[in-house]
Design a protein around this ligand. Structure first.
Ligand code: HSE
Length: 431
């Protein structure tokens, strides 16, 4: 029977789920799949901490190096998250001749070049299915199932926490804070939820998708990233009136002068397939030149789905054990030449603009004049009745406009008399 001896780094939410999965399905893997997975050692920060899983104390260590130095281990599964220790330990594991499976998208988004290169140099597998889309086999789809395609675009919902919050705010009118508390209680959120809310987690994942879909290096800082913290319930309600839902999308598009790569709260028509992906679900919509549109949908966060993806990588390693390691050409292509990522200021999009304005003659005309002067054409307007004092919300949708022009006009409008506070600007996709 094929067998893998595993060292596990980290026993948090994902580590515990992974440990339990291998424990509970041991017989199934051995009898029906023909693979034996043995977790031989587990490294944790604090050995005495109370755990959700019962684990023999003789396999627990608080010295991660014990795993690296254990010559009997075939694979290190890295689930500690963060980049500092993970970078050091993953590199040490590869240098020590071990394969590595990781769920760490931050690590690969920031240090992918050096880690993929090291894995190839050391002729070891570095697999990371769990880093994007939880239990959905997104990386496998890109590397294998869709390998015949050149991609025009990827539209994705790849942060379960943000999708959960926006879905709750839309369906149940829950406020932002309550929805975030629920997402944290359900175990979707990162240890530092700002990574979710600021769009950074989604940007890490998009960086990986772009590397493998478009075949080249991507610097994380080149991916434009906006989170959901400034989305107000009123924006969700106004979007709804215009026939849209608000979703945090991670988008990559090939254009004639480079690749657009951005994470942003986006208005999507209600009947768009991604507008109907709710809760902690993730979805990735690829547009390939051979398959056309291809949608992957599933649970993108949480212990069980992520553990499922980790096992799929381990299975690959177990199946490849007897084959000779040749250069992983697809991984090398993803680190060879830099991709040309467009600056956000040069994109063309439709926009949702929301202002709080003094309700008096000439204010709307003033806004329209500034937009017109920047060649921005308005497609739709709503102004609400007075509710608080003399201030009313005014919402405009635009036709396609250049981001640079939109930003310049908003700077000017926000300084004008009759405008209260900072305007809200969201991009519209999918019409
Ligand atoms: N915090 C992530 C999410 C979990 O909410 O999608 C998996 O990366």
């Amino acid at each position: 029977m094929r067998a893998l001896r595993i060292g596990l780094l980290g026993l948090g939410q994902i580590g515990s789920a992974f440990y339990s999965l291998l424990h509970q399905k041991r017989e199934y893997f051995e009898k029906e799949i023909g693979v034996r997975f043995d977790i031989v050692k587990v490294a944790v920060k604090h050995r005495s901490k109370k755990r959700h899983v019962s684990i023999a104390s003789n396999i627990l260590t608080d010295r991660a190096e014990d795993l690296i130095q254990d010559a009997s281990l075939d694979v290190i599964v890295e689930l500690i998250g963060g980049t500092r220790d993970a970078r050091r330990l993953v590199s040490q594991a590869l240098r020590a001749g071990k394969h590595v499976v990781t769920a760490n998208k931050a690590l690969l988004a920031e240090y992918g070049d050096e880690i993929f290169e090291l894995a190839n140099r050391k002729r070891r597998w570095l697999l990371f299915e769990a880093s994007v889309g939880g239990g959905i086999p997104v990386i496998k789809a890109l590397r294998e199932g869709l390998v015949a395609n050149r991609f025009d675009s990827i539209y994705s919902i790849i942060n379960g926490t943000c999708n959960y919050i926006l879905s709750e705010m839309t369906a149940k009118k829950t406020d932002f804070k309550d929805a975030l508390n629920q997402a944290q209680a359900k175990g979707f959120a990162e240890a530092d939820p700002r990574l979710d809310l600021d769009g950074v987690d989604a940007a890490h994942k998009l960086a990986l998708l772009v590397r493998f879909a478009f075949g080249g290096k991507v610097k994380l800082k080149d991916i434009y990233c906006e989170g959901i913290s400034r989305i107000r319930s009123e924006d969700i309600a106004f979007a709804e009136e215009f026939g849209y839902r608000v979703k945090l999308l991670a988008i990559a598009k090939k254009t004639k002068d480079g690749i657009e790569a951005r994470v942003q709260p986006t208005l999507l028509p209600k009947d768009h397939i991604l507008a109907n992906v709710n809760g902690s679900f993730n979805a990735v919509l690829f547009r390939g030149d051979e398959v056309g549109d291809s949608l992957l949908y599933g649970r993108g966060a949480g212990g069980h789905p992520t553990a499922s993806a980790i096992v799929s990588d381990l299975m690959d390693i177990a199946l490849r054990q007897e084959t000779r390691f040749d250069e992983d050409e697809i991984q090398m292509r993803a680190i060879r030449k830099p991709l040309r990522i467009k600056n956000i200021s040069s994109i063309l999009s439709r926009y949702y603009l929301r202002f709080h304005v003094v309700d008096r003659p000439g204010v709307l005309a003033g806004i329209a004049r500034v937009l017109g002067a920047h060649r921005i054409s308005i497609s739709d307007v709503i102004q609400k009745e007075r509710s608080v004092g003399n201030i009313v919300p005014l919402i405009l949708l635009t036709h396609d406009a250049h981001e640079r022009n939109v930003r310049n006009s908003l700077r000017q409008i926000d300084r004008s008399h009759g405008i209260q506070g900072k305007s809200q600007v969201l991009r519209i996709e999918g019409n």
